[in-house]
Design a protein around this ligand. Structure first.
Ligand SMILES: [Zn+2]
Length: 224
């Protein structure tokens, strides 16, 4: 089974399995009806995105997430994390991220992480909080130095659209990432997950079906 570990598009899934991401909303009105009936009946992840933390309502956002996290359809917690370029002030992002790590620990589900220019902070938080649940860095397209630092600290890496560009960090890094730490995703991009796997199979000189099986085994390893 071909798995798309992180998407915001409720695509058809006759050929593959998606993990559709739910972003916990900011206001009380929105939280009350969240998640609405438009949510596709598929595997899900849910989290408070660092762009959408409401400083005055973060407790309600976290309470909602803590409830949702127990649902069987929710397979991962996130995307959550840190973004130096956008969203709430960094100390608040860190606080809400740490609380989401605690929720993930409570329900023993892995985290899917958004990180923009905050890798030192991310690594320190992991060192201090020491979560047992796996942490997947999604949409990774950073340099080898950062990849090495996060792999040494036990993170998983999910690669997406950047892989389709031959000159991207993602394309150059792929052969260096241990296969058992690897996932693929489409995120919010209008691309097919099949293309991403085909490109990865080409770069790794690995048969497509073997790659698909390996990545699905990674999923089963961390999500069951
Ligand atoms: Zn995303």
């Amino acid at each position: 089974m071909l798995i798309n570990i992180h998407t915001h598009n409720p695509e058809k899934q006759d050929t593959h399995q998606i993990i559709y991401n739910l972003i916990v909303p900011e206001t009380d009105e929105a939280l009350e009806t969240f998640p609405d009936e438009d949510v596709p009946s598929t595997w899900l992840s849910a989290g408070i995105h660092p762009w959408y933390i409401n400083e005055n309502n973060q407790k309600a956002q976290l309470d909602k997430l803590a409830k949702l996290a127990k649902y069987q359809e929710i397979k991962l917690i996130g995307e959550c994390g840190l973004d130096r370029l956008k969203g709430a002030a960094l100390p608040l992002q860190e606080e809400v991220f740490i609380k989401q790590i605690r929720i993930a620990e409570e329900v023993k589900k892995p985290l899917i992480i958004h990180c923009v220019k905050c890798f030192n902070e991310l690594i320190s938080i992991k060192k201090i909080v020491r979560p047992k649940v796996p942490m997947i860095l999604h949409g990774f397209n950073n340099n080898f130095h950062i990849a090495q630092a996060i792999l040494e600290r036990g993170f998983h890496i999910s690669l997406g659209a950047a892989l389709l560009n031959d000159n991207s960090n993602a394309a150059h890094l792929l052969p260096q990432i241990p296969l058992e730490k690897l996932f693929f995703e489409t995120d919010d991009k209008n691309i097919s997950i099949q293309e991403i796997y085909e490109k990865a199979s080409f770069i790794l000189k690995m048969p497509l079906d073997k790659l698909i099986d390996t990545i699905f085994a990674n999923y089963l390893e961390i999500c069951s």
